[in-house]
Design a protein around this ligand. Structure first.
Ligand code: AR6
Length: 175
C-alpha cells in the first residue's frame, strides 16, 4: 500500500534500505527482545557500544546512532509507553515518540525512514489504536516538512498490516 510519501509493508525492519530505521527500545537503550533485539543483532556489537554512551532515553523521547552493519545509515531509538489501560498518557507518549523521531530525521537531513509498530509488542499497546496515532503523527509532520520524502511503516505480520491499512483509510483517505 503506497500513498505518496507514506507506505505500509509487511516485513523485517532490519532489511529496509532506508536512511534511518526507528527502534522500539527501552529506557536503558541497552537492547532487549523484539524489534530491539533484531536491530542489535543485525547492526552488530558496535551499536551497543554507541548506545552505552547515550545514557538512556526517557519514554516518548528519541536518540540517534549510526546503523553499523544495517542497510540503514542511522537508527533512531525511541522508547514507547507501556500500555496500562489508556489513562496514563499512553496516547500522548506514543505520539511523542513519532514526533521525536521525525524531528531528529529532519535535523539529520534523513529523507527516508522506516518505523516498526512502537509499543505494540511486549509493551502491549493495542495495535489499531497505535496505528491511528502513528499515521496521524506522520501525516501532520509531512504536511509541515518537506525534507522527509518517504515514511515506511514496517509491519511484522498480517494483523498489524491490516490495522495500518485501516488507519490509513480512516485518516488519509477521509479527505
Ligand atoms: N521488524 C519489524 N517489526 C518487528 C520486528 C522486526 N524485525 N520484530 C518485532 N517487530 P516490541 P515494544 C514488531 O515488543 O512493544 C524490547 O525488549 C512486533 O511484532 O519489539 O515497543 C525493548 O527492549 C511489534 O508489532 O517493542 C523493550 O524492552 C512491534 O515490532 C520492549 O521490547 C514492537 O514490538 C519494547 O516493547
Amino acid at each position: 500500500m503506497n500513498l505518496g510519501k507514506i507506505a505500509v509493508i509487511q516485513g523485517d525492519i532490519t532489511q529496509q534500505k532506508v536512511d534511518a530505521i526507528a527502534n522500539a527500545a527501552n529506557t536503558s537503550l541497552l537492547g532487549g527482545g523484539g524489534v530491539d533485539g533484531a536491530i542489535h543483532r543485525a547492526a552488530g556489537p558496535e551499536l551497543l557500544v554507541e548506545c552505552r554512551q547515550l545514557k538512556g532515553c526517557a519514554t516518548g523521547q528519541a536518540k540517534i546512532t549510526k546503523g553499523y552493519n544495517l542497510p540503514a545509515k542511522w537508527v533512531i531509538h525511541t522508547v514507547g509507553p507501556i500500555w496500562q489501560g489508556g489513562n496514563y498518557q499512553e496516547d500522548e507518549l506514543l505520539a511523542s515518540c513519532y514526533r521525536s523521531c521525525l524531528a531528529i530525521a529532519k535535523q539529520y537531513e534523513i529523507r527516508s525512514i522506516a518505523f516498526p509498530a512502537i509499543s505494540t509488542g511486549v509493551y502491549g499497546f493495542p495495535i489499531e489504536r497505535a496505528a491511528r496515532i502513528a499515521v496521524s503523527e506522520v501525516k501532520k509532520f509531512l504536511e509541515g516538512n518537506a525534507s522527509v520524502e518517504q515514511v515506511i511503516f514496517v509491519c511484522f505480520g498480517e494483523s498489524a498490516y491490516n490495522s495500518y491499512r485501516a488507519a490509513i483509510n480512516e485518516i488519509l483517505q477521509a479527505e
